[in-house]
Write a protein that binds this ligand. Structure first.
Ligand code: MN
Length: 328
């Protein structure tokens, strides 16, 4: 998905506090624009936090009744300096990009698109989709990969069973490694992305890497994370250090997304659909998109009301970089 906000605001951040334990970020509602358009709950970027590992953007949406929200129809729009990770719980989205890729995003199957130097893509929920429900995630590319060529990967992980202290738990590991299973999808920094499914009253202790930060997003159901009750679309984040976490599901069980990665030490400038390092990087990408530059290529086969999403105007002043400790 795109950040289709007409006036993407520059967040004013306060430095991340050095804190023990979990920092619970609550999703803020962001309408994606257009008539009957869907609203997402965004937790990253947050005024109090820029990253979980290299994960730099997290939208949770649905379950939306497509008949009332109109579903998803995002015209071709550009990306730079990042990878998009699409993960659905319900529904189906048709993806087309300027790397010549055309594929479906399906529940339980990950699509990872690399928009290093420049790519553009469209995303449209299919006519048979009645409910749309998922997460849209972005990964910041490190300096050595941020000009990477266009790429697109698809992977359908196997559902694995996790050992529990009570009840049942399963996982779909779509990026990285967890509980002895791993995803073959290429990332440019170590990352973890997994869907966790907990049965009623399941108690799960997960062994983690001490060198990773983690984020736990609650999709449905109810759960306590190390004794903290999460609400729908909350993203609980934790610094490196601890070697495990504990999840205890309520009577309806819970579905969650677990994100992780080592701290991302670079500073980035993030605006609209672009990630760069400086204000000038963003200004140039915006100009090139508006000028229909080769940098972004063209999407074949998209049919919609507009051929491409125009970039909003840049805000006045200089876009500031974000780092692990907030705005710099
Ligand atoms: Mn997009």
């Amino acid at each position: 998905m795109s950040n289709t906000e007409t006036h993407p605001s520059e967040l004013t951040a306060e430095p991340n506090a050095d804190m023990d334990g979990w920092q619970v970020l609550q999703g803020r509602d962001v309408p994606l624009g257009g008539p009957r358009a869907m609203t997402v709950r965004r937790t990253l970027p947050h005024r109090d936090r820029s990253f979980v590992g290299a994960w730099c953007f997290a939208d949770h949406y649905g379950p939306d009744d497509v008949a009332s929200t109109g579903g998803m129809d995002v015209a071709p729009h550009p990306h730079t300096g990042l990878q998009t990770v699409s993960w659905l719980f319900e529904g189906e989205i048709e993806h087309r990009d300027s790397g010549g890729n055309h594929g479906m995003v399906l529940p339980g199957e990950v699509n990872l698109m690399t928009g290093g130097h420049g790519i553009c893509h469209s995303e449209v929920s299919t006519p048979s989709t009645t409910t749309l429900h998922g997460v849209q995630l972005w990964v910041a590319l490190p300096e050595e990969a941020r000009e990477a060529p266009r790429a697109f990967e698809h992977f359908a992980p196997e559902l694995i069973s996790l050992p529990t202290q009570a009840g049942e738990a399963h996982a779909l590991v779509f990026l990285g490694e967890l509980a002895g299973t791993s995803s073959p999808v290429l990332t440019h920094t170590p990352l973890l992305g997994a869907e966790l499914r907990l049965g009623p009253h399941a108690r799960l202790r997960l062994d983690l890497r001490e060198d990773f930060e983690y984020g736990v997003l609650l999709d449905t159901g109810s759960v306590e994370l190390d004794g903290i009750a999460l609400h729908k679309a909350d993203l609980a984040c934790r610094e490196t250090g601890p070697s495990s976490l504990e999840l205890v599901a309520g009577e309806d069980g819970a579905r969650l997304v677990l994100l992780g990665g080592p701290p991302f030490e670079e500073e980035i400038v993030m605006w609209w659909n672009f990630v760069g390092r400086t204000h000038e990087d963003i200004e140039k990408a915006r100009e090139q998109w508006q000028a229909e530059s080769e940098r972004f290529g063209e999407v074949e086969g998209y049919v919609g009301k507009v051929d491409r999403l125009p970039a909003p105007a840049l805000p006045g002043g200089t876009l500031r970089a974000r780092g692990r400790r907030g705005k710099v």
